[in-house]
Write a protein that binds this ligand. Structure first.
Ligand code: UDX
Length: 434
């Protein structure tokens, strides 16, 4: 099939490559000419597992081309995916500027039938809104259908998730599309759910809100474990054995970050509010997370009383391992709180320091983890990078002024830190206070 994808960001690029991999002809469009040139040369623009080899495969097989020409993209495509950014507004709502711009631009070039598939995360009712906007801009109703087709991709595992996902959700009010979309997605062998556009749009939000709630729930139980001396990993394991619960997303820590969960939970609350619904559970999941991401600050203050003028190490800056994304990362909130309290902050991250430098230019960025520990009174582990699992605790003790770890991702076992006589706080797996 001939597929156009508008937006070569994270979702657009992965969508383009996945369909090109399945031997479709894909033209992927973005306004950013630098990005387009880079992709046409086979150079990845985002940090993502297996991206480089897939990009090379698709370029070598001539199944994909990157362009900044929207008209050409429309002309060459029967199906047009929209995958542009829908960042949060200041009030937690969704900024639809990019969607509006793309639809207005598209309307100039649609002269025969196109299927327009929206992949961006948008408020419920957007499919209807896009249809109305196209008609308003003069596009004949017989020349298009609009479909909602949300994505459920995890950063770092996005290619795997696209090729081996649990579900494909199609929201459409047109019966004739079913056959075409079944054919388009058939090579993936993934269960397809055909439903109304509103249901499809809400599945995306409900999915992210449910997973966020699961994380906040386990974090609350972990905080209780800290008080009563119970062990959260064992509790998570036991809960996960119950098939009704499932073991996924039960890892306690310093909360969720990233480009989706924080933004989508807030947007869902706002969408519900405009319809007169108060989503109490989702609101609580957000509130718990806001507290949880600065849990290390509370632990530090309880332990030391005053931390002014001290040196503290922040290990890991990204919101999770195996991504270069720092959006809504708990580390940023922790650094902010530390600076506010007059602490000298030393950080280490294997890949994301340059991005964080733009936000916090005056803290110290180290090129290896041990340098970031020099003279420090506490190391706060914010990201579950594999190299932190292998930290040499003898070396850590030599470097630090006080050997103390706040393990925000529950990387260490209590026995291991006990052997090394390190002051240690986990999130629900016990502590060693002296
Ligand atoms: C998420 C969804 O998983 C994906 O389906 C959606 O399309 C986009 O949002 P992503 O943001 O890439 O994907 O990250 P994910 O792996 O889901 O983790 C989100 C956050 O939750 C991270 O900060 C992670 O550290 C945290 N998390 C996850 C936990 O604290 N505990 C867990 O058990 C799982």
């Amino acid at each position: 099939m001939h597929i156009g994808v508008v937006g070569a960001g994270y979702v657009g690029l992965i969508t383009s490559l996945a369909f090109a991999h399945m031997e479709n002809h894909v033209i992927c469009m973005d306004n950013d000419i630098k990005k387009i040139n880079q992709l046409n040369k086979g150079v990845p623009t985002i940090f993502e597992e297996d991206l480089e080899s897939l990009l090379h495969e698709c370029l070598d097989n001539k199944n994909i081309v990157f362009t900044n020409d929207l008209q050409e993209t429309v002309n060459q495509s029967d199906i047009l995916f929209i995958a542009v950014g829908t960042p949060p507004n200041d009030d937690g709502g969704v900024d639809m500027t990019q969607i509006n711009e793309v639809i207005c631009q598209l309307s100039k070039f649609i002269h025969d039938y196109k299927i327009i598939i929206n992949k961006s995360t948008v408020p419920v009712g957007t499919q209807k809104y896009i249809k109305e906007l196209l008609v308003q801009k003069g596009v004949s109703e017989k020349n298009f259908d609009v479909v909602s087709n949300p994505e459920f991709l995890r950063e770092g595992k996005a290619i795997f998730d696209f090729l081996h996902g649990d579900k494909i959700v199609i929201g459409s009010d047109s019966q004739k599309l079913k056959e075409i979309l079944e054919k388009l997605y058939a090579p993936f062998h993934i269960e397809m759910i055909f439903t109304t556009p509103e249901t499809a749009e809400l599945i995306k939000y409900a999915s992210n809100a449910f997973l966020s709630t699961k994380i906040s729930f386990i974090n609350e139980i972990a905080n209780l474990c800290n008080k009563v001396g119970a062990d959260i990993d064992t509790i998570s394991y036991a809960l996960g054995l119950d098939k009704r619960i499932s073991p996924q997303f039960l890892k306690a820590g310093i909360g969720f970050g990233g480009s989706c969960f924080p933004k989508d939970t807030k947007a869902l609350i706002k969408i519900a509010k405009t319809h007169g619904c108060d989503l109490k559970i989702v609101k609580s999941a957000v509130a718990v997370n806001e507290d949880q991401r600065i849990l290390p600050i509370h632990i530090l203050l309880d332990h030391y009383g005053d931390i002014k003028g001290k040196t503290i190490s922040v290990l890991g800056l990204t919101f999770k391992a195996n991504t270069d994304d720092i959006r809504e990362s708990p580390s940023l909130y922790i650094i902010h709180e530390l600076i506010k309290r007059g602490v000298t902050v030393q950080t280490y991250d294997p890949i994301a320091s340059d991005e964080v430098k733009k936000i916090f230019p005056h803290i110290k960025y180290c090129s290896n983890v041990y340098d970031s520990l020099t003279n420090s009174i506490c190391a706060i582990i914010c990201t579950d990078w594999q190299e932190f699992y292998n930290l040499n605790l003898t070396l850590l003790k030599e470097k630090m002024q006080v050997p103390m770890i706040i393990d925000g991702r529950n990387i260490f076992k209590l026995e291991k830190v006990k052997e090394n006589r390190i002051i240690y706080y986990s999130v629900g797996n016990g502590s060693l206070k002296s």
